[in-house]
Design a protein around this ligand. Sequence first.
Ligand code: SF4
Length: 390
Amino acid sequence: MVARRAPKRSSDLGPRTSDLGIYVHIPFCSAICNYCNFNRGLYDANLKARYVEALRREIANAPEGLAADTLFFGGGTPSLLAAEDVASIVAAVRDRVDLDRAAEITLETNPETVDRAKLERFREAGVNRLSFGVQSFHDAELQRLGRIHSAERARAAVREARAAGFDNVSLDLMMWLPGQSVGEWLSNVAELIAAGPDHASLYLLELYPNAPLKEDMARAGWSQAPDDDAAEMYLRAMETLEAAGLRQYEISNVARPGRESRHNVKYWQDGEWLAFGCGAHGTLAGVRWKNVSGTEDYIARVTSGADPVSERRHLSADTRLEEALFTGLRLVEGLDLDEVGARYGVNVWDKYGAALVPFVEAGWLVREGSRARLTRAGMLMANEVLSVFV
Ligand code: SF4
């Protein structure tokens, strides 16, 4: 299948395009945070060199004739790579894929891994968007999470990014941290606004079973605030951010107009993307695949010419429809039910309307013509509403 740049419709987020996204996974970290269950391990220079080589090889074997307009380095901690590594991966992508000259190229960056000079080199390597894992502007909270940067290092990293010429900077914050009050959370939001980002992602801390943080919490007697406080944290943060010009466009994401994450919007707008690296999963032409998770396993497979894919499945039209609705309703603008229905040959309201009516009556879901969207109150109940589709 050849993806070409064909706008399909317009919305606040711009046209939904058939261009692909490209995701590259970098599984290395300087230290392992006590709440993290991503696919990652400790940095090792030799392993990193072999991994980058394997990535270049996997990219060189990607299908030909594809066009992409976003490239996202996620992890892990991609900013542990040298700028030359990033440049060589971008070059490998450009060799194989028609990557738009104006492509959004994002690097997830941890504040302690960079200084101004390194950020300048990343920029020269083609990176034009930084997504900083700040998580908190309180040192005590950062220490509780096992993060190795300080609040001041995070603030300095944002200043360095601006000095290096980045005009698209995103900050991640985590809310509902152990021992965090509503007031402490809102002071984090105020610090974030003061740092002046173009985009921010707010994540609720999720404690997975056996997370070391759970043991730390039990030992230290920290607990998370009650659910009502978590709801207040979310609602007041969104109000404060919007008042500061950072418009909410997705359940967890806000941006200045035009600075929405073009890459992540593909996930929510039923888009397609290629994925490279260990544990990475991609979707193209109705097929979803996932690479082996282990870094050494991945390198061994790619280096020997074997397929790094460990799972590959054809998505049925029903599954694709469910996913399009499930992810599309995460966007503040919601989605056009007629358009999604036409894509998959069904009348969406005939199929799901009866199950959705109670949410409309509760004020969680709004129908406007052929569009449907969650209200902010509905976003707090998103799991319940979206479960209709799974
Ligand atoms: S830096 Fe990110 S990926 Fe690495 S251990 Fe911490 S949370 Fe996980």
